[in-house]
Structure formats: structure tokens, C-alpha cells
Design a protein around this ligand. Structure first.
Ligand SMILES: [Zn+2]
Length: 238
């Protein structure tokens, strides 16, 4: 009797939730349950419990505010790394930056996990993602050197505050985006040594190309896609 009463109360809530908030597919799934009390299960009560706890994510708003952007297509940003590379480490790295969880000196210093909050390359400014991958003069100089090295076959776009966090999501070139991602990984992994060189970045590109060649070796379709991606700078990487 008690269960039936509790169930009836929840049924009313289910109707209200699904009628007002839930998406069409959820509404279709749970529609019949609101009519039949005996079909009410702990799974659906748990769904209501979780739904009540759901909060709007804040990192997207924080990133947009820091870049002075009103809105962007986040879906395009999130899937970008998986479209441009099959290297899992690169995909994870992109995920961390776009989800605001790549902790650098400024954040680590506040947590007591770093003895300095300054950039390891220029040692002047606080080390944030935008500084490390755009503002830093040492890093900018390296990007210019890399751009000159790849000329005239490939003309890389200049670094921007947006590219520091979101890669070049506003252009379609897979290779431009992948090179920017590899460049950032090389910079990030050199932070302990406090120095990075063009040779190291070139080695990183060669290593990733070799890795992707090996992974796609037995799959003709993926092999062709991979080869066409790297074709334009093949002479620079051999
Ligand atoms: Zn710097």
C-alpha cells in the first residue's frame, strides 16, 4: 500500500518532468510507465534522482569568457582531435585543454604543487594555457621557425588565443590542426627541461607520422586517408 502511494506520487512527478524538461526520446521511453504503476522500477526513480542533481557545465562558459567569444560549436571542437589524428595521447591532450583540466604552473602553484607560477620558457609571465601556447615570445618564435621550415609546401596559420585552447577549429585543414596539436604537446613536454627546439618538434612530427603509418598499414582505406593527409609535407619529414 505504502509502495503504491509512493509510486503514485512519483508517477505524477515523472509526468511533470518528462512533459516539461526531458527530451523526446526519453519521453517516448517512459511514456507508458506513467500509466502503469506496476512497471515503475528503481531504475526510473534513480533517473529522476540524477536528473535533479544535474548542473550546467561551467568550463565552456569560462573558456568563452576568457577568449571573449559569445558562442562556438563545441561539438566541432570536441571531435576535432579524433578527426585529425589516430594518436590516443594527442586526443587525450586535446580533451584536457578543451575541458580546462590541463593544469599548468599558475594553477599548480596555488595548490602548492609547483615552486613557481611563471612560464618555464620566458620566466616572465604566469604560466596559463593561453600564455604557453600563444602569448609566450619563446613559443611564438618556435612556431614561426616551424612555419618557415614547412614553407612553401604548407602555410601554417598564425597562433591565436583561440588556437591555444581550441586548436584551429575554425579551419578545416586536418594537417594544420594536427601540427598545432603536436607542437603544443612538444612544448608541454619540454616544460621540465625549460627549453624546446625546432629539432624536437620535427622529431615529434616524424614520430607521430610513423605511428599513424604503422597503425593504418593493414587497412587500405585508412592508409590512403593517412597518406593523403601527410603528402604535402612528406619531403620535410623524410
Ligand atoms: Zn612564456
Amino acid at each position: 500500500m505504502l509502495f503504491l502511494w509512493v509510486g503514485r506520487v512519483y508517477c505524477i512527478q515523472i509526468k511533470n518532468y518528462f512533459r516539461t524538461y526531458m527530451k523526446t526520446e526519453y519521453r517516448k521511453t517512459f511514456k507508458y510507465l506513467s500509466r502503469r504503476l506496476e512497471r515503475l522500477t528503481s531504475k526510473h526513480l534513480y533517473a529522476i534522482f540524477i536528473y535533479n542533481m544535474k548542473q550546467k557545465i561551467t568550463f565552456e562558459t569560462n573558456i568563452l569568457q576568457s577568449l571573449n567569444l559569445e558562442s562556438i560549436c563545441w561539438k566541432k571542437v570536441y571531435v576535432l582531435a579524433s578527426k585529425v589524428t589516430i594518436d590516443n595521447y594527442s586526443r587525450q591532450f586535446h580533451f584536457k585543454i578543451t575541458h580546462n583540466i590541463l593544469y599548468l604552473n599558475k594553477s599548480l602553484y596555488r595548490m602548492g604543487l609547483s615552486i613557481t607560477q611563471f612560464c618555464p620558457f620566458c620566466k616572465t609571465w604566469k604560466k596559463t594555457v593561453v600564455h604557453l601556447f600563444h602569448d609566450c615570445l619563446v613559443v611564438k618564435s618556435l612556431w614561426n621557425n616551424l612555419s618557415n621550415f614547412l614553407l612553401p609546401n604548407l602555410v601554417l596559420p598564425p597562433l591565436t588565443p583561440e588556437s591555444a585552447i581550441l586548436v584551429f577549429f575554425y579551419i578545416d585543414s586536418k594537417l594544420d590542426n594536427q601540427i598545432n596539436l603536436m607542437f603544443k604537446i612538444a612544448i608541454y613536454n619540454s616544460r621540465i627541461k625549460e627549453t624546446c627546439s625546432l629539432e624536437l618538434i620535427k622529431d615529434k612530427l616524424k614520430a607521430i607520422k610513423r605511428l599513424e603509418d604503422n597503425i593504418t598499414f593493414l587497412d587500405e582505406k585508412r592508409k590512403l586517408i593517412n597518406q593523403s593527409k601527410w603528402a604535402i609535407i612528406l619531403s620535410e619529414l623524410t
